[in-house]
Design a protein around this ligand. Sequence first.
Ligand SMILES: *[C@@H]1O[C@H](CO)[C@@H](O)[C@H](O)[C@H]1NC(C)=O
Ligand SMILES: *[C@@H]1O[C@H](CO)[C@@H](O)[C@H](O)[C@H]1NC(C)=O
Ligand SMILES: *[C@@H]1O[C@H](CO)[C@@H](O)[C@H](O)[C@H]1NC(C)=O
Ligand SMILES: *[C@@H]1O[C@H](CO)[C@@H](O)[C@H](O)[C@H]1NC(C)=O
Length: 486
Amino acid sequence: MGVLTFNYTVMITLLFSCFIIFNHVYLAHSLIGHTAHDHRFHIQKLQESIKSNFFQRQHVSLSSSPSSSARSNSEVYSVIEFGADPTGKTDSTDAILAAVSEATSVAGDGFLMQGITNLGGVRISLEGGIYKISRPIKLPVAGRGNIMIFGGTLKASDNFTSDSYLLDLSTSSSSDSDYDYEFVTLRDLMLDCNFKGGGIRAVDALRTSIDNCYIAHFTTTGILVHGGHETYIRNTFLGQHITAGGDPNERNFTGTAINLQGNDNAITDVVIFSAQIGIMISGQANIITGVHCYNKAYGFGGTGIYINVPGITQTRIVNSYFDYTGIVAEDPVQLHVSGCFFLGDAFIVLKSVHGVVDGVNIVDNMFYGSNKGVDIVQLDQTKKEFNEIGHVVVNNNVVNGMNAKATVANGVTRVNGTSWTIDFNTILLFPRRIKFVQHALMSDASNSFPKTVLRNISNNQVFIESDMMVEGSASVTVDQGLAMSS
Ligand SMILES: *[C@@H]1O[C@H](CO)[C@@H](O)[C@H](O)[C@H]1NC(C)=O
Ligand SMILES: *[C@@H]1O[C@H](CO)[C@@H](O)[C@H](O)[C@H]1NC(C)=O
Ligand SMILES: *[C@@H]1O[C@H](CO)[C@@H](O)[C@H](O)[C@H]1NC(C)=O
Ligand SMILES: *[C@@H]1O[C@H](CO)[C@@H](O)[C@H](O)[C@H]1NC(C)=O
């Protein structure tokens, strides 16, 4: 017992010192200006060495478990048993489709949503093989649910049907129900689209899980969600080209890693390492959490997240990392961005389509740039000026080496005379717009009681006059958001 306790303490001490090393690497990176990619590399190396030391013991005990035979469990359909070639030499399309067909023809034990048969959790195992396919893997019929495809690599062959998806949850037959699939899980998969098409498509699917996948070499889209509800994409890595940053071809990256054309989806803990657009959103009530976008630098024409739902955005982006690439939102109405880190002069663009911006919170984020004077939040009014500005709060962001922009600001000025002006143009996001002003005057003279009046707030400049000569200081708070009026 004593020995065990001792080991435990040593382990904790070891982990704790690793934590200190992490912090050290991070600080060194920001101070001496290493690129983000160096930083990633160091962390990766450290994590690898920690993992190999920490998990060695566990591997040994796990490896003694008996190897599972493909059909020993009737719920697992091994594609190898259906003739698929796990070496990737010959085409396995027909074999995999046969396995899927048999798995989805089991008698269901009940119903999920109306019109969807519960297959009880049948699993199609890729048995850790690499399979070449020349057509999409689809379920043969719609109206099926509770099924999993997992554990292997699918690679599009050179004659793969162009403009389609390796794994395709869609049907061409029209159905009466709103949803064609329910509770389909795609996990532990590597999809190599071989520059022939896309990775996964889910059309009118309900409660789909895409978990621990690695999707590369797509020309169109890594994951396309169209219609349906509640596709959850977790712990997944997507990139058109396999790179860890600083790729000499970055300028030429194309495609979209994830395209959400539907509502109520979640993208959680996902890395997008190459694509023209990281995430394209054209539905509502989607949440993006813990996403790291370094898909293509803004300077090369890339966008991290593009939100294309003008007038009814309803999107939350939290705790994410925008690495040399930012966010664009068209006419945002109900958009929340917080707890995010923007590195390398990355910024947020509010793009006017019909001139509407309302219910936007961009708060509590960190921005880090290279002192080029880049604004953290920018307005694109090339198409139309924003003329319907509602409640917009850009505030409380931590800014280093970039130009802070905000909708709330404080200013202090020395006063010597009968009037003074404080100019808020460098900080305020919207031009010619102050909705609320609070002013306080501190006089150096102990026995004077000047009366002051706010004369003018046009052009984001606060102009105040006094009835007598004042020496002292004036503090002003302004807000561009809607003030309550009566
Ligand atoms: C693609 O080529 C393989 C042989 O490599 C062949 O079996 C398959 O039928 C072809 N598929 C198409 C869609 O042409
Ligand atoms: C990128 O694309 C351009 C234009 O298509 C091409 O001229 C250039 O060689 C490409 N760059 C690289 C590094 O492949
Ligand atoms: C304030 O202004 C008066 C005259 O306008 C001048 O005499 C005085 O030196 C000024 N005070 C300071 C602190 O600049
Ligand atoms: C406010 O100031 C602007 C110039 O800064 C001027 O054009 C405008 O007439 C002023 N408005 C009032 C009401 O004094």
